[in-house]
Design a protein around this ligand. Structure first.
Ligand SMILES: [Zn+2]
Length: 255
């Protein structure tokens, strides 16, 4: 059976590891020293490195780890120079015996950003965060919207593993700006209390679930056609769901 664990690095990054007994794959390793130490302590054998996108805080450990362990690197077009295998949407990665991972193209944060999916787990890099979504760098807001829409079509029990611990910041944004598309601010405030306590006790607020994000995350809610077609979410007058998504993303950029 697969297990998932994380190495906390930099200020708020998580490197996710998927373990099948003593074999493991690693997603977005940004620090070779912490990874080698972790693998040694837990007697793990690294079998592959998976990359979601080209930003330094996701790839800065890749070259060193590739040299030390001689393992294949799977990544999108934008990390071509590091990849043994340049992957694209719907490719299947088969490195942990019967446990296969499907590549989901998720552009928006960057042009060729990908996620890795093995039901019910999704490693989504900087596309979706708990209560938020990634910034737009060299892609477009429309791509980000479509990528979140794609994630939102997965089953509600999907467990989501973003790369950053941004939950409190995102909940602060929602609460400060009174963004309650489902009129459920009491739930959002209650959830912030829970997450604050977790962080205080050094417990990650991640992974999250699609079920929870549909309740607290306004970016996911904007992509939910069931919500807006049935007028379950309250969009400001004159704005459609994409306008509001764009408005929220712009507002968050300066929060
Ligand atoms: Zn990034």
């Amino acid at each position: 059976m697969l297990k998932i664990t994380a190495i906390h690095t930099l200020v708020d990054n998580y490197i996710w590891l998927v373990l099948n007994n003593n074999k493991c794959l690693i997603i977005d390793p940004n620090n070779e020293l912490l990874v080698t130490k972790f693998l040694r302590i837990h007697k793990l054998q690294l079998v592959a490195i998976l990359i979601t996108h080209s930003h330094d805080d996701h790839i800065s450990g890749v070259s060193a780890l590739k040299n030390i362990y001689q393992v294949p690197v799977y990544g999108p077009k934008e990390t071509n120079y590091l990849n043994n295998y340049t992957i694209k949407n719907d490719d299947v990665i088969n490195v942990l015996q019967q446990y296969k991972f499907t590549v989901l193209s998720l552009p928006g944060h960057t042009k060729y950003h990908v996620g890795y999916y093995h039901y019910p787990w999704l490693f989504c890099g900087d596309t979706l965060f708990s209560a938020g979504c990634g910034r737009i760098f060299n892609s477009s807001i429309k791509n980000m919207f479509n990528s979140l829409n794609k994630i939102n079509k997965l089953p509600s029990n999907t467990i989501i593993f973003p790369s950053h611990e941004y939950t409190i910041k995102n909940l602060n944004f929602i609460i400060t700006n009174n963004i309650t598309l489902l009129s459920n601010m009491f739930i959002i405030k209650y959830y912030r209390r829970i997450v604050k306590r977790m962080i205080l006790n050094k417990i990650p607020s991640l992974p999250t679930s699609l079920y929870l994000e549909r309740i607290i995350n306004p970016f996911i809610q904007c992509t939910n056609s069931f919500y807006y077609k049935n007028k379950l979410i309250k969009l400001p007058q004159g704005m459609n769901n994409f306008d509001y998504f764009k408005y929220l993303r712009n507002k968050k950029d300066t929060f």
